[in-house]
Design a protein around this ligand. Structure first.
Ligand code: BDR
Ligand code: CA
Length: 311
């Protein structure tokens, strides 16, 4: 199986991504979860990551706490979407599994140095502060990373936290700028993809039909999470962002896109955090990311449902 580290700020959709990964051990070897401040403060994302591990039957999975706040900008959170805890919507026990003593940034560095070069994939589901800190502290890790697959950004679809910016990049644009300049092969899942992944009633009903405890909790989380976006977008269901990263690793044939140059705006207050994607190759700038734009949404939900049923 492919070795991955999941860097995350759970979040209901992060929870779905983590569960999809943990339900797929034949393809994915999750070396650890690293948590970052994002949807909610770090103490809550750490708690939430452990709730998800326990729910998925993996209290042994190492969870490492990382950055408390973005590199430069003041912290921004998204309780208006995810609720006060970040995982509102379901009644769950407080986690009992411990958090690791080691800092997430040091775990990332150590793991990439220890494992053979070109074997560790980084999955980022939140602001990229931990990855940027690791790259700053240990620039030697960049050429050793196999790939970085991220949920973030948006182009034809616009932004979701400002008209120009998607939340994960908006929260820490300085960090994303470092990531995009790192030379690591990047695969980007922007809002253009995730806004096609709607948790329609029919799709959620198929997850509910699994009948297991993890599936029930997931349905409660999804129904809470989508309420905000249904109102906002007037759609049947909300966009399920973060599991797209894991689904891409499991079934890349569900997605299509192209290699582009991507730069991150950090200066203008109006468009800060914008991912400037040269889709039409109007500049001579070298491609630094594979930007995905389309997805087989039914194929994605079939995969998610089939895997959740294994937990
Ligand atoms: C991203 O922001 C968060 O609210 C979600 O968990 C997802 O990672 C979508 O913009
Ligand atoms: Ca997230």
């Amino acid at each position: 199986p492919r070795k991955i580290i999941i860097d995350t700020d759970p979040g209901q959709d992060d929870a779905a991504a983590i569960m999809l990964a943990l339900a797929s051990p034949a393809e994915l070897d999750v070396l650890g979860l690293t948590v970052v401040a994002g949807n909610v403060p770090l103490s809550m994302t750490s708690r939430n990551a452990r709730i998800v591990c326990e729910l998925a039957g993996r209290p042994d999975l190492p969870v490492y706490e990382g950055a408390l706040k973005p590199l430069e900008r003041p912290q921004v959170t998204a309780e208006h979407v995810h609720g006060k805890t970040g995982l509102d919507g379901a009644v769950v026990d407080e986690p009992v599994m411990p958090v690791k003593d080691q800092h997430a940034v040091d775990f990332i560095i150590e793991t990439i140095r220890r494992e053979p070069a070109g074997t560790v994939t980084l999955c980022t589901l939140g602001p990229q502060t931990n990855i940027a800190l690791a790259l700053q502290k240990a620039p030697d890790i960049a050429p050793r990373v196999r790939e970085l697959v991220m949920m973030g950004g948006g182009f034809f679809e616009g932004g979701n936290i400002t008209p120009a910016a998607e939340f994960n990049i908006y929260v820490d644009p300085q960090a994303s700028k470092i990531v995009f300049a790192s030379g690591i092969p990047i695969v980007m899942l922007p809002l253009d993809v995730t806004h096609q992944l709607l948790t329609t009633k029919a799709r959620v009903a198929r997850i509910a039909a699994i009948g297991s405890r993890p599936a029930k909790v997931m349905v409660d989380w999804l129904e809470f999470f989508e309420r905000f976006d249904i109102e906002k977008y007037g759609s049947d269901g909300g966009p399920l962002h973060d599991p797209s990263v894991i689904a891409y690793l499991l079934k890349p044939e569900l997605f299509s896109g192209r290699d582009c140059n991507v730069e991150i705006e950090t200066a203008s207050e109006l468009t800060v955090g914008m991912s400037v994607i040269d889709w039409w190759r109007v500049t001579g700038r070298k491609p630094n990311a594979k930007v995905l734009r389309d997805v087989d949404a039914d194929g994605f939900f079939a995969l998610l449902t089939e895997r959740l049923a294994r937990l």
